[in-house]
Structures are given as structure tokens and as C-alpha cells.
Ligand binder design. Structure first.
Ligand SMILES: CC(C)(COP(=O)(O)OP(=O)(O)OC[C@H]1O[C@@H](n2cnc3c(N)ncnc32)[C@H](O)[C@@H]1OP(=O)(O)O)[C@@H](O)C(=O)NCCC(=O)NCCS
Length: 152
């Protein structure tokens, strides 16, 4: 398995868009799939935020995605954020998400950030195991979220 920026595999942007739309569309109900496709295309960068990454298996098929973005929580002044970590069900529990998180952390460090944020509704323990620290909990768009940070 290896991780590359999505800009190196533009053919995978459609899968990234569909995964995100299915998994998180309810958090952004006004966003259409076409609008999400456009947003994902905007993450096809190498050295500047936002950057989407994809995990590839030995046959170069996509087995996960994660992004480094500037803003995530509406109205929150902190930045940047680790976001949109997704691994398809049949590929889970093999360390793919952990590797994607590491790639996003590394990109943020390389760009010069000293701290990275995320919010999660369900996977705080995954991030804790990767050295992230829990900050506040709050309700956001109908979900209970945990905000976390990692010093880079
Ligand atoms: C959460 C998700 C990205 C994890 O992907 P993964 O590739 O299975 O994660 P890893 O294999 O790197 O997991 C590493 C460790 O994190 C923990 N972990 C994995 N998924 C977890 C979850 N959903 N909740 C809590 N802990 C989890 C486990 O301890 C795991 O180690 P183990 O398998 O040795 O027990 C994946 O389940 C997913 O895409 N879920 C739907 C989208 C989502 O919730 N994304 C996160 C948004 S913040």
C-alpha cells in the first residue's frame, strides 16, 4: 500500500467524491454531488492546502482517502484540519487510515504548520492511538463531535 496526492491520480477523484457524498452528505445537505466533485477537484494540489490524498493497493486501486484542508468547522478560527478520512468497509482494520493520517500530518509539517485539528463523531480512539489529544466536545449540525489536535 502507498499513499499519493490525488493530483497524481485524477482518475480517482470520482470515487473520492462519491465516498464523501455518501458518508458525510448529511452534514452538508445543501451540497450536491456535482458541487462535491468540484470541491474535490479543488483539493488536487501538491504543496498547498487543500490537498487530498489517496491510498493505493498493490494493483494501484484506491483503498482510502484523507485530506488536509484549511477550514472545517464553520465559524471556527483554528486551522488547518485533517478531514474526510475514509476507508471502504472491506479494507478496514489493516492500518490504511493510520497511514493516511500520517501522510496528512507529514504534509502539514512540510508546509510549515505546527498544529493540526480534526473533529470526529465516532473514531476518537483511533486518533488517540495516533497521538492526538482530545479538546472540547460539542454539538454540530445535529451530531455530537469531539474536536482533537495534534502538535506536529
Ligand atoms: C474510521 C476509519 C477511517 C478507520 O479506517 P481503518 O483503515 O480501518 O483504520 P486503521 O486500520 O488504521 O485502524 C487503526 C486502529 O484504530 C482503531 N479504529 C479503527 N476504526 C475505528 C473506529 N471506527 N472507531 C474507533 N477506533 C477505530 C482500532 O484500534 C484500529 O486498530 P486495530 O485494528 O488494531 O484494533 C474507517 O472505519 C472509515 O472509513 N469509517 C467511516 C468514515 C469515518 O468514520 N471516518 C472517520 C471520520 S473522523
Amino acid at each position: 500500500m502507498r499513499i499519493v496526492p490525488l493530483v497524481e491520480r485524477p482518475d480517482l477523484a470520482e470515487q473520492v467524491s462519491v465516498w464523501g457524498f455518501d458518508e458525510w452528505g448529511h452534514l452538508n445537505p445543501q451540497e450536491t454531488l456535482d458541487q462535491r466533485r468540484a470541491r474535490i477537484r479543488g483539493k488536487m494540489n501538491l504543496d498547498r492546502v487543500p490537498i487530498a490524498f489517496v491510498a493505493l493497493d498493490d494493483d494501484d486501486g484506491i483503498v482510502g482517502t484523507a485530506s488536509l484542508i484549511f477550514d472545517d468547522l464553520e465559524g471556527d478560527p483554528r486551522n488547518p484540519w485533517l478531514a474526510s478520512v475514509y476507508v471502504p468497509v472491506e479494507r478496514r482494520r489493516r492500518g490504511i487510515a493510520s497511514a493516511l493520517v500520517g501522510a496528512v500530518e507529514e504534509a502539514a509539517r512540510r508546509i510549515g504548520y505546527e498544529r493540526l485539528y480534526l473533529f470526529t463523531t465516532s473514531a476518537a480512539s483511533l486518533y488517540e492511538a495516533l497521538g492526538w489529544r482530545a479538546l472540547e466536545e460539542r454539538d454540530y449540525r445535529g451530531e455530537h463531535i469531539q474536536v482533537m489536535e495534534k502538535s506536529l
